[in-house]
Design a binder for this molecule. Structure first.
Ligand SMILES: [Fe+2]
Ligand SMILES: [Fe+2]
Length: 480
């Protein structure tokens, strides 16, 4: 009863752990942001109490804003790393410093929009919007007089970039954004600030002079193009996982996936079917579809180390597990598909969020068949020797993959004439067993979502049952 109550509540994810050193670095950067944003107020002479008070207010405002920004980024990205938090606040620090040095010569458009693009691509729209509002609100030099209309245009353009940047799925769309946003900014400035400041046909106006709205927009386009060029660098240094990178990794022509399709065709087929199941379930609960599609593609690459030890690649030939007749060794071979998978992930520089699918899709599941066999042989064994080393799924997506992985083999092996109810019962049994085993405890999946996942799997099964291939169903099922 208590378990059911606990699972029916919206789960609360434990906050990510950040090392003391990283916390200190983050804190120091926030202090620097506050100092840069407020120190000019202390340079007034003579300094009276009210000046000191306004300095203190701005200092606290900047500090609290940075803290809120960090909270928002953690909320939007539960798996955010300290490196990525450092990137977000360092960008804020750089922008505050640039405002001091360049705000009188460069329009705020070119200062605020490019970092918003990087953050929206790597950390999502909400974090980018929070960053844009803080970067737009806190100006370190009150003497800089920005045209209100220009400020408004910058805020709108940066917000548009933040929202679209979080959704964009290809580099080509990014390029379109870097062309259309400057054009939009140019037209808005033309309408709101005035036509008198443009001299399109005067060569002198093509240089970056303050107040020249054509050169402002041109500079914005150039800076955005450079930002797009450097996004892959940010991806590798800060471990950002942009949509474009995810889709590139999901390309089936990638060498590792090609190898899987040639050397372990059974595993490749299993992977493709899992992609379908997992994608549908993720869509129905509103998860990250691109992430799970790519994660599913790489989840079993570790089987490349010994493809014929897994039944889906045996095609009726002898099962080597029968030949060695050693359940402990067989369990080690199953565990090796996780360990080797992580090695492949490192070698191929897969992002951490994708590599997480490799151990988490197996969690700490028991290798039931070999455990049973060891018990029959009266071997002196521990149950833990027949469990995968984990960790259990830490996100909704890796949990869905674990469930899809479990259901795929069973659904394939099911009779072609099975009714919907039989299929749903099979799915429910597998999912409930994993749930009771505690495999979903850290995944954030609620009861309602688990119900929706079962329905989604049933929907996919109904779609594919007429064209599915049956696995050889043997007792020594080692689908893992
Ligand atoms: Fe696996
Ligand atoms: Fe699998």
């Amino acid at each position: 009863m208590f378990y059911s109550w606990k699972r029916s509540q919206v789960p609360i994810k434990l906050p990510i752990k950040i090392s003391k050193i990283d916390n200190l670095i983050i804190f120091l950067i926030c202090i620097l942001i506050s100092i840069i944003s407020s120190y000019k107020l202390l340079l007034i002479s003579p300094l009276n109490l009210s000046d000191f008070f306004s300095w203190f207010l701005i200092f606290c405002e900047a500090l609290i804003s940075s803290w809120i920004l960090i909270l928002v980024s953690k909320k939007e990205n539960p798996t955010i790393t300290s490196r990525q938090i450092i990137l977000i606040i360092t960008l804020l620090l750089v922008i505050q410093a640039m405002k001091l040095g360049l705000a009188s010569t460069i329009s705020p458009l070119s200062i605020i929009i490019p970092p918003a693009l990087i953050i929206s691509q790597g950390m999502g729209s909400i974090t980018a919007l929070a960053w844009v509002s803080i970067a737009s609100l806190i100006w370190p030099d009150s003497a800089i007089n920005i045209n209100n209309n220009l400020f408004f245009i910058s805020l709108v353009c940066a917000s548009v970039v933040s929202v679209l940047g979080g959704r964009i799925r290809s580099r080509a769309q990014l390029l379109q954004l870097s062309i259309f946003v400057p054009i939009g900014a140019f037209l808005s400035q033309w309408i709101l600030i005035g036509k008198d400041k443009i001299s399109l046909f005067d060569k002198q106006e093509f240089v970056f002079v303050d107040g020249k709205i054509f050169s402002d927009s041109l500079l914005l386009a150039i800076v955005m193009l450079f930002t797009i060029l450097f996004i892959p660098v940010f991806e590798s240094i800060f471990g950002l996982l942009t949509k474009a990178r995810l889709l590139e990794l999901a390309d089936k022509e990638k060498p590792l996936i090609r190898r899987l399709s040639i050397e372990a065709p059974g595993t490749f087929e299993h992977t493709l079917l899992i992609c379908g199941l997992a994608e549908e379930a993720t869509r129905i609960i509103g998860g990250d579809i691109d992430l799970i599609k790519t994660g599913a593609l790489y989840h079993d690459v570790g089987k490349l180390h010994a493809p014929n030890w897994f039944i889906e690649n045996q095609e009726g030939s002898n099962n080597p597990h029968d030949e060695i007749d050693d359940p402990i060794k067989s369990a080690e071979i199953l565990q090796a598909h996780v360990d080797e998978g992580l090695k492949y992930a490192r070698k191929n520089r897969l992002p951490k969020l994708i590599a997480n699918f490799i151990p988490e899709h197996q969690g700490t599941l028991r290798m039931g068949y070999f455990f049973q066999k060891a018990k029959e042989k009266n071997l002196n064994i521990n149950e833990s020797d027949f469990r995968y080393k984990g960790p259990i799924p830490q996100s909704k997506e890796t949990a869905i993959l674990m469930l899809a992985d479990g259901c795929e083999a069973a659904l394939r092996a099911m009779n072609v004439n099975a009714s919907d109810k039989e299929a749903l019962d099979t799915i429910s049994n597998i999912i409930n067993t994993r749930q009771k085993d505690g495999q979903l405890d850290n995944s954030d999946l609620s009861f309602g979502e688990i119900y929706l996942i079962k329905r989604a799997f049933l929907g996919v099964w109904k779609r594919i049952r007429h064209r599915r291939i049956q696995y050889p169903t043997s007792k020594n099922n080692t689908f893992s």
